[in-house]
Ligand binder design. Structure first.
Ligand SMILES: [Zn+2]
Length: 448
């Protein structure tokens, strides 16, 4: 079965070339040919034609940092404690469709409760539910100072946590061996924790072991590294790409450039945190986020200027970054804050992001022969203004594996939270007596 998408502006995303009247020939799940509409091969004449005149044809977006199992959590406790595993899995399978319907045809989940993203990945591949093509990590490995082991020690270790506490070299080895046996595509390590700009939550010895064990088993390693030391250690250990890198110093940046290590900033989470709930955070917490954003923008702008490969990821999955809503915002941030051209930013969520999708790295990200026929038809010119990708009304069609995607359930079907899913509050604040004691309740029986 072949399909010819023709007549639109074609962005193959191999580079910043624009083909004003382009065409893509699809055979089955894959791209057979892409180029100028007048050069369409003769054997395309039998194909079903999709007329893309007036539209832009581009690869499906790749969100290289999102957490499909996080359930739009509003608190750390909601994320780590409430909701049983089975419920999380079903919820994640439903959420995957929202991500796909936002134009995200591939995604990477770098860490969540054991087995859930794996199950979602495989259920999508098996056609049970629909969503992006996923590459997934297991639980992210963390020491007692890293992201992933952030609840107090007296809470204990929880099955449904997105983190795996490792307290020895052997813990690291066993976690990786087990994850790879169960089928993960990448290994995630947390080498920084909350509230620190300097400290690394793991030693070089520990990180070296994680990288060598994972690489021996054929899996890339990515790291959560916000603090200065953690980014430096990530470079020392030779990780495959670094997430965040907010407090990287110039010395480390020079080494990132030298070793060609891509960076995935995920600035959308910081930006959305600042905007979403200003009344909810203390001033000190908001200052912390603001400081990190300022530091990150400063160093990542230099990284971009130095030619570091930048990868876009949205950190979707939190209450501040619900599924299907914010995936393409990172591109706007790259343009507005890191000084990128719009088309350059677009490559960060297509061609560049494919490098962070180990399961499908050579098969997604560009519209070139042999890759999956994952493409978007956009009513607008995202190479001139990436903001159009945040407007659902501009998304004319999503094609995944050569098939036009249709919703299986209503796009904005409301989700009710389970009664026990979130913390149950007793009161909004402690209830203290006033000068006259408590206000009297109305007398019983209605005889006031
Ligand atoms: Zn994350």
């Amino acid at each position: 079965m072949s399909t010819l998408v023709t007549g639109g502006r074609l962005l193959t995303c191999v580079d910043e070339t624009v083909i004003e009247r382009g065409a893509v020939l699809i055979e089955g799940e894959h791209i057979a040919w892409a180029g100028r509409a007048e050069d369409v091969p003769l054997d395309a004449r039998a194909a079903t034609v999709i007329d893309a005149t007036g539209l832009t044809i581009m690869p499906g977006l790749i969100d290289a940092h999102m957490h499909i199992s996080f359930g739009e959590a509003r608190t750390e406790e909601e994320l780590q404690i409430y909701s049983p595993m089975g419920h999380r899995a079903i919820r994640a399978a439903v959420d995957a469709e929202k991500v796909l319907l936002a134009g995200v045809t591939s995604a990477t989940d770098p860490g969540g409760p054991r087995g859930i993203a794996l199950a979602v990945r495989d259920a999508i591949d098996a056609g049970l539910v629909q969503g992006p093509r996923f590459s997934v990590a297991g639980r992210q490995m963390s020491t007692q100072q890293g992201i992933g082991n952030t609840l107090p020690a007296w809470v204990g270790e929880l099955d449904q946590s997105y983190g795996a506490l490792v307290t020895s070299l052997d813990d690291i080895r066993q976690e990786i061996r087990r994850d790879v046996k169960d089928g993960v595509d990448l290994i995630k390590v947390a080498i920084s924790g909350p509230g620190t700009t300097e400290y690394a939550a793991m030693s070089l010895e520990e990180l070296n072991l994680a990288v060598s064990e994972a690489h021996s088993l054929g899996r890339p390693v990515t790291v959560h590294a916000r603090s200065r030391q953690s980014v430096s250690l990530a470079v020392d250990a030779g990780v495959d790409w670094i997430m965040h890198a907010s407090y990287m110093d110039q010395v480390t940046l020079d080494r990132v450039v030298e070793h060609h290590i891509p960076i995935l900033p995920a600035l959308t989470l910081l930006m959305n945190t600042l905007e979403a709930t200003p009344g909810y955070y203390t001033a000190a917490m908001l200052d912390g986020v603001k400081n990190e954003l300022d530091a990150a923008v400063d160093v990542l702008r230099r990284a971009r200027d130095a030619g570091v490969t930048m990868i876009a990821g949205s950190e979707s999955g939190f209450g501040m970054t619900p599924y299907g809503a914010w995936h393409a915002r990172e591109l706007q941030i790259f343009v507005d804050y890191l000084g990128m051209r719009d088309h350059e930013a677009l490559l960060c969520m297509t061609r560049n992001a494919a490098a962070a999708c180990p399961r499908h790295a050579g098969s997604v990200g560009t519209l070139t022969e042999g890759r999956f026929a994952d493409l978007l038809l956009i009513n607008g010119e995202p190479d001139r203004d990436v903001r159009v990708l945040q407007d659902p009304s501009r998304l004319n069609a999503i094609i995944k594996g050569g098939q036009v995607v249709h919703p299986w359930r209503p796009v904005d079907a409301p989700r009710r939270r389970m009664a026990g899913e979130s913390a149950r509050r007793y009161v909004d604040d402690v209830y203290r007596p006033g000068p006259q004691g408590a206000p009297a309740l109305p007398a019983r029986g209605g005889s006031a």
